[in-house]
Design a protein around this ligand. Structure first.
Ligand SMILES: [Mn+2]
Length: 246
């Protein structure tokens, strides 16, 4: 079989580069760390442009062998049925609707999925989970989750649930991760379980409770694949799961 094609979602700025008369325009952006990490793991990266068209979302799932839900801004609280809180950051409801649709179709199709940073919120909300809109840095025993170190550098540790998919891939029970988030999942969605937490209890990974490869991480493994073997193993695991499914 050819290497698996792994679709990657992009950041979408609906107001940038707006020179078209059509309703959907704007500009897609994606750090090259994502396609680099997918290639390094044995996959062929393919960027998935944001769309509001359900037929296109469905068609994407039929074309790709695996999915990466990439990082970005905050998830719009309307998708959780709650009001925005004062600490909420920039949101993109068009991208959110696209990615929630993709995530639901991917889960239904048992498509191997790796959800990164914002992606772990998307995965959770797509399955009915809840999100902390803005971690309170003043909470007791808080860990710094908005690091000021380079992206390739892991600054805090996470404790991994024994027997989890993440534990098998990483080969460790404690993993050093980078951290560029101020949101976190509160309660795992349906069919998902928590598989890693930071020392302050913040959820750092969730995964599917079945046989399919469904993994969400709050950190950014794509910027650490050249510095951390366990991070590279996540992308190899994704590509291997795509081959096994096909
Ligand atoms: Mn963190």
């Amino acid at each position: 079989m050819r290497p698996p094609v792994i679709g990657i979602t992009c950041q979408f700025d609906p107001d940038a580069g707006n020179r078209s008369a059509v309703a959907m325009n704007g500009t897609h952006r994606l750090p090259d760390a994502y396609p680099h990490a997918v290639r390094r793991g044995g996959g062929i990266p393919m960027l998935l442009p944001t769309t509001a068209d359900a037929g296109t979302i469905h068609a994407f799932i039929g074309v790709i062998d695996g999915l990466v839900l990439a990082g970005g801004g905050d998830i719009a609280p309307e998708f959780m049925g709650v009001e925005p809180q004062p600490g909420l950051g920039p949101v993109d409801p068009i991208r959110d609707a696209f990615e929630i649709g993709l995530a639901r179709e991917a889960i239904a199709a048992k498509l191997p999925t790796l959800a990164i940073c914002k992606g772990i919120q998307v995965l959770n909300v797509a399955t009915g989970g809840s999100v902390i809109q803005d971690l309170d840095p003043a909470r007791a025993d808080a860990v710094q989750h908005a690091q000021r170190a380079p992206g390739w550098h892991g600054t805090h540790t996470v404790d991994i649930e024994p027997g989890s998919l993440l534990a098998r891939l990483a080969g460790l029970m404690e993993l050093r991760v980078n951290s560029f988030h101020h949101q976190a999942n509160r309660d795992a969605g349906g069919g998902l379980v928590v598989s890693a937490r930071a020392k302050d209890g913040v959820i750092e990974a969730i995964e599917g409770d079945g046989d399919a490869f469904v993994l969400g991480v709050q950190f950014h493994p794509e910027t650490m694949v050249d510095a951390s073997e366990p991070m590279a193993a996540l992308f190899r695991g994704l590509a291997d799961a795509c081959v096994a499914r096909a």
